[in-house]
Design a protein around this ligand. Structure first.
Ligand code: NAD
Length: 484
């Protein structure tokens, strides 16, 4: 039996810390509506402690060799893998996502990030530029103190995706999880410490938007990495700009998935399911606008409905379940509001739309067909299990309509015509794209959005550029000639 109680709300300077004066934040299990734990939002004193300890720990952490830092991160990855079951159970309680999913997608993905960036840490270098007898060398230096702010859909993964590259580069971090899912990041902090991380290098404090805002505006902070919605991203980016801080913004999307007549039907249906219903649709990169070419449309809808009827909706802790509840009552209300909008706007409800007869915040996997570009369900991010199917005739038209959005996180194409696949992907305005697949996010590949969906990239070698800065040093070997 996994113990869900946490020793205290915050993890600062290598120890659990409490300040019961902070606003209580109940942790509600989405599959029952019951409170399973409770933390307190950080008071100003807690925010101060966290920032001060991260600042104080930074120089010594950056002073270690990359190999030494990397070894600690890789040890943490091993500990996470060894405790995958326990961490997955906590992730399921924090989010409501089924255990069948969390066992393979959350702690494991966090471990991948720690292992990958742990491996890179020892090979971060600058360059040497010869200029005749003189030369320039560059030093790749950490940014300093980074703040990470998380969304609630992947609390373990987000904490690790931010901590791993930041720490590998010699930064320290104060991480604020979403107030909906406060438990997972505390476990990651504990495991990092057990792996040998010096106190103060990775700190976790709880709280809602105000705590995030206090962190972002503090002059000691050098960088902010946010995973959240576009409206929050706008506020955080603007606040960070005041202090000219570096930012990474991983924001929302309304991504297109283009399915051509010649696509493999089973694969296309599988891709559309992975791109809409994993985590009950609470995935930022989901391909929620599914453009289906007219020739394959009816076959696609028929097969999609057949396969969705096989979803096992139920107790997330039962490993046979593969479709769980939404994270909160509020999120369910939002999603149901969009479903009502879709019906009102005249989209054809193919399946779902209702609440299964279960306690907790469930919404059935829902598909609308005959959706048009102007409908709200085709324009706004729903962040729930609602797929909009739109028809198209030809390639050019599909690309133009797919790009007619302010978002640019992801895009996918299903076709057997390889030249078309690459031609279409090259023209789609999105950061993370897929050909005959959807929603893969290996740590080796850059992840992030264009347009309103984000700034910067997580994962891969690209992330190093977003957690470090380059100092260039000119070295003169001869006499200095001055005009006077
Ligand atoms: P949200 O924007 O409501 O909150 C995100 C985080 O920001 C929370 O921790 C919140 O407390 C904090 N916050 C709120 N106001 C703040 C402020 N003024 N200053 C600092 N911090 C503040 O998002 P959410 O509802 O938790 O998550 C869902 C959204 O996240 C969706 O739009 C989804 O697409 C997006 N998302 C994006 C990615 C990605 O990688 N691109 C991944 C997951 C989720």
């Amino acid at each position: 039996m996994t113990d869900l109680r946490t020793a205290a709300s915050h993890f600062i300077n290598g120890a659990f810390v409490e300040d019961a004066a902070g606003d209580p934040i109940p942790v509600i299990y989405a599959a029952s509506g019951q409170e399973i734990a409770r933390v307190h939002a950080a008071t100003p004193a807690i925010v101060e402690q966290a920032l001060a300890s991260a600042r104080a720990a930074q120089a010594e952490w950056a002073g270690m060799s990359g190999t030494e830092r990397g070894r600690i991160l890789r040890r943490a990855a091993d500990l996470i893998r060894a405790r995958n079951h326990e961490l997955s159970v906590i992730e399921t309680h924090d989010t409501g996502k089924p255990l069948s999913e969390t066992l393979v997608a959350d702690a494991t993905s966090g471990a991948d990030a720690l292992e990958y960036f742990g491996g890179l840490a020892g090979s971060l270098t600058g360059e040497h530029i010869q200029l005749g007898q003189d030369w320039v060398y560059t030093r790749r230096e950490p940014l300093g103190l980074c703040v990470g702010i998380g969304a609630w859909n992947y609390p373990t993964q987000i904490a690790c995706w931010k901590a791993a590259p930041a720490l590998a580069c010699g930064n320290t971090m104060v991480f604020k999880p979403s107030e909906e899912t406060p438990l997972c990041a505390l476990k990651i902090a504990e495991i990092l410490q057990e792996a040998g991380l010096p106190p103060g290098v990775f700190n976790v404090i709880q709280g809602r938007g105000e705590v995030g805002a206090a962190l972002v505006s503090d002059p000691r902070v050098d960088k902010v990495s946010l995973t959240g919605s576009v409206p929050t991203g706008r506020k955080v980016y603007a606040a960070a700009a005041e202090g000219m801080k570096h930012v990474t913004m991983e924001l929302g999307g309304k991504s297109p998935l283009l399915i051509f007549d010649d696509a493999d039907l089973e694969d296309a249906v599988g891709g559309a399911i992975l791109g809409n219903f994993y985590s009950s649709g609470q995935v930022c990169s989901n391909g929620t606008r599914v453009f289906v070419q007219r020739g394959i449309k009816e076959a696609f809808l028929t097969r999609l409905s057949e396969r969705l009827s096989q979803a096992v909706i139920g107790d997330p802790l039962d490993e046979a379940t593969n479709f769980g509840p939404l994270v909160s009552a509020r999120q369910r209300d939002i999603v149901e509001g969009y479903i009502a909008k879709g019906v009102e706007e005249g989209a054809r409800l193919i399946c779902g739309g209702g609440r299964p007869d279960l306690p907790g915040w469930y919404v059935e996997p829902t598909v609308f067909a005959d959706v048009t570009d102007d409908m709200i369900i085709a324009r706004e991010e729903i962040f729930g299990p609602v797929m909009a199917v739109l028809d198209f005739e030809d390639e050019d038209e599909a690309i133009t309509r797919a790009n007619a959005t302010e978002f640019g996180l992801s895009a996918g194409v299903f076709t057997r015509d390889l030249t078309r696949a690459h031609r279409v992907i090259a023209r789609l305005e999105a950061g993370s794209c897929f050909i005959n697949s959807y929603n893969d996010a290996p740590v080796e590949a850059p992840f992030g959005g264009s347009k309103l969906s984000g700034v910067g990239r997580e994962n891969s070698k690209e992330a190093i550029a977003h957690y470090s800065q380059v100092k260039s040093v000119y070295v003169r070997m001869g006499p200095v000639e001055a005009p006077f």
